[in-house]
Design a protein around this ligand. Structure first.
Ligand code: PMP
Length: 372
């Protein structure tokens, strides 16, 4: 079985599993307890993981809050900013191709009286800085634009957007879920990013764990927001709840491995993508076309139209030998809002399959396409 749905989730690396196991078994302490070794060891493991994720993101460890993943982080940032800054303004800017955890949260905020501008995207799914400039208002309290798209792989001009938001003094959140471990980013070079979402299971860590990056200023003061989850005051009061130590340790290990092999993994993903593209063109030349740009994208994501073929039927037919998807796993019951936003007709959307690769795939495994 060839697994080509790595944008939905990735397999846990064996080293990650090994790192996690002790914290499911003998090291079961609660990191918020005190003095005895179970608690101290658990706390140490959490802080070690935080350091490793910080290294991968180029942040300070204290700027990271562990969450249950990017859905929670996106909710936390959007609702937390909306609540905290509502006396300053009630306008938020986002884009039409965001993940449902941003778009549905925005709809919820609209029902609460906030005004949301949904920026259009170009034919490959990128927002334009001119549109952002035009949409910005006196009462804009947040801009939320994803770093890279989960269906098309397209990268937004995050450097320019973050510089623009920095100059205008507007908070900027970016959902970086799909780019971590696949794009060389260092938050030190992006002073305009106030918040970032990231999820462990997209880079070979466990499901159910992620971080919220919340920028601190030169005095070490965190950008204030209202917490989403209240309770025992864990994570400096910004996200209460007993920490999932085993998962956090797994995320830390996955981050350490991703950081160590970043350039190597990016190179491998690029080569795999090129091979897959060549094979698809050779095998299905007359019936396929690519929805995504070849430039300026997350390596390893291909969105392909198979003309005249229904994608649900195709995915089902391929399922004994290959795992692929019609688009996002998070909204699989609805036709893709991302593909609609780039101007595809409903038929073109229904012809589309997403292939998403991982550096753990062997190039030879792709030869299976020749036997289809
Ligand atoms: N944002 C994007 C761009 C995603 O691809 C996903 C996962 N498909 C999420 C957010 C949600 O992440 P999680 O699974 O960690 O809740």
């Amino acid at each position: 079985m060839l697994y080509l749905d790595n944008s939905a989730t990735t397999p846990l690396l064996p080293e990650v599993k090994e790192a996690m196991l002790p914290y499911l078994l003998e090291e079961f302490g609660n990191p918020s307890s005190k003095y005895y070794s179970f608690a101290v060891n658990a706390k140490e493991a959490v802080e070690n993981a935080r350091n490793n994720v910080a290294l991968l993101l180029g942040s300070k460890p204290e700027e990271l809050t562990f969450t249950s993943g990017s859905t929670e982080t996106n909710n936390m940032v959007l609702k937390g900013v909306a609540d905290y800054y509502q006396s300053k303004g009630k306008h938020i800017i986002t884009s039409k191709t965001e993940h449902p955890s941003v778009l549905d949260t925005c709809e919820y905020l609209e029902r609460k009286g906030f005004e949301i501008t949904y920026l259009d995207v170009d034919g490959y799914g990128r927002v334009s800085c001119e549109d952002l400039e035009e949409a910005l208002r006196e009462d804009t309290i947040l801009v939320s634009i994803m770093w890279g798209n989960n269906e098309l792989g397209s990268l937004n001009p995050i450097k320019t957007i973050s510089e623009f938001c920095f100059d205008k003094g507007v908070l900027f959140h970016t959902d970086a879920t799909q780019v971590i471990g696949k794009v060389d980013l260092n938050l030190e070079n992006y002073p305009g990013i106030s918040f970032l979402s990231c999820s462990a299971h997209k880079f070979h860590g466990p499901k159910g764990t992620g971080v919220a990056y919340i920028r601190r200023d030169e005095y070490g003061i965190s950008t204030p927001i209202t917490p989403l989850i209240h309770g025992g005051g864990q994570e400096q009061g910004i996200r209460s709840g007993t920490l999932a130590v085993h998962n956090i340790v797994g995320m830390g290990k996955a981050a350490e491995l991703a950081y160590r092999s970043l350039q190597e993994n990016i190179g491998k993903l690029n080569r795999l993508e090129e091979t897959l593209r060549d094979i698809l063109l050779e095998k299905f030349k007359t019936v396929i076309s690519f929805n995504n740009d070849q430039e300026d994208k997350i390596p390893g994501i291909l969105s392909v139209q198979f003309k005249g073929l229904n994608n649900e039927i195709l995915v089902k037919k391929l399922s004994p030998v290959m795992a692929v998807s019609t688009g996002s796993a998070c909204s699989s019951s609805k036709p893709s809002h991302v593909l609609a936003a780039i101007g595809l007709t409903i038929d073109e959307v229904r012809n589309t399959i997403r292939f998403s690769l991982s550096h753990v795939i062997d190039t030879d495994q792709l030869l299976i396409f020749y036997s289809l």
